[in-house]
Design a protein around this ligand. Structure first.
Ligand SMILES: [Zn+2]
Length: 195
C-alpha cells in the first residue's frame, strides 16, 4: 500500500519553518499503514527524517540541518494535543505529562513548564534519565552552536504502571540550541523538581 506523509521542513539553524507543505510517499514496507497510529509524532519523525537526509536546503539560510514538523499521514494529524490529553485521561493508571519549553532570545534562555500541574517526582527523575540518554544518543548535526535565538520543546507523558513509568516522547521542537544549553537548562529543572 502507498500513502502520503505531509510535513513542513523546519530549519534547526535559523528556525524558519517552510509554510508550504511537502509530501513524501511511503509504502507499507516503510511502516505498515495502520501502525503509525500507535506512534507519537516524535517516534514517526525519527523514521521520516532518515528518509529526508537529502532534503532540499532551507530556503532562508541554505542550511541542510532540517527537521520535519506538523506531520500528517493522509488526513491524520499525528500530534494532536487535545487527543493526547483524552487518551491519557482514559487510562486506568496514574498519568503524568510534562512539557518543557526553552526559549532563547538575544542569548537569554527562559524555561517554561506546562503539562500536568502535579507530576509524580519519580516521573520527573525518569524523564531526566530519558532526556539525558536522548541527548547523548542524538547526532551532533541536530544541534547548532552560537545562535542567539532558539526554541527547544519536549512533550513527555508517563503512565504509572505498578510504580514504573511508561514514558513516551510525543513531540520535539528543536532549533538554535546546542546540546549543552539544552542539557544544563533542563537538568537544572529536573534537579529542582525530582525530590
Ligand atoms: Zn535556515
Amino acid at each position: 500500500m502507498v500513502y502520503f506523509v505531509e510535513y513542513n521542513p523546519s530549519c534547526r539553524d535559523c528556525g524558519v519553518i517552510d509554510r508550504i507543505s511537502h509530501l513524501i510517499q511511503f509504502i507499507s514496507t516503510d511502516i505498515e499503514y495502520d501502525d503509525y497510529k500507535s506512534m507519537t509524532e516524535y517516534e514517526f519523525s525519527v523514521i521520516l527524517e532518515e528518509r529526508l537526509i537529502n532534503f532540499s536546503p532551507c530556503r532562508n539560510c541554505g542550511s541542510s540541518n532540517l527537521s520535519a514538523q506538523n506531520i500528517k499521514i493522509g488526513d491524520y494529524k499525528i500530534y494532536d494535543f487535545d487527543k493526547m490529553i483524552e487518551v491519557l485521561k482514559a487510562e486506568n493508571h496514574i498519568t503524568n505529562l510534562l512539557i518543557l519549553d526553552l526559549q532563547k532570545n538575544y542569548g537569554e534562555i527562559e524555561l517554561k513548564v506546562a503539562g500536568k500541574s502535579r507530576n509524580e517526582s519519580d516521573f520527573i527523575s525518569e524523564c531526566m534519565v530519558k532526556v539525558n540518554l536522548l541527548l547523548n544518543e542524538s547526532p551532533s548535526r541536530k544541534f547548532v552552536l552560537n545562535r542567539t535565538d532558539g526554541n527547544f520543546q519536549i512533550v513527555i507523558s508517563g503512565i504509572n504502571i505498578e510504580g514504573k513509568h511508561k514514558l513516551r516522547i510525543h513531540r520535539i521542537i528543536n532549533y538554535g540550541f546546542s546540546k549543552e544549553e539544552i542539557r544544563s537548562n533542563l537538568n537544572k529543572y529536573f534537579f529542582e523538581n525530582m525530590l
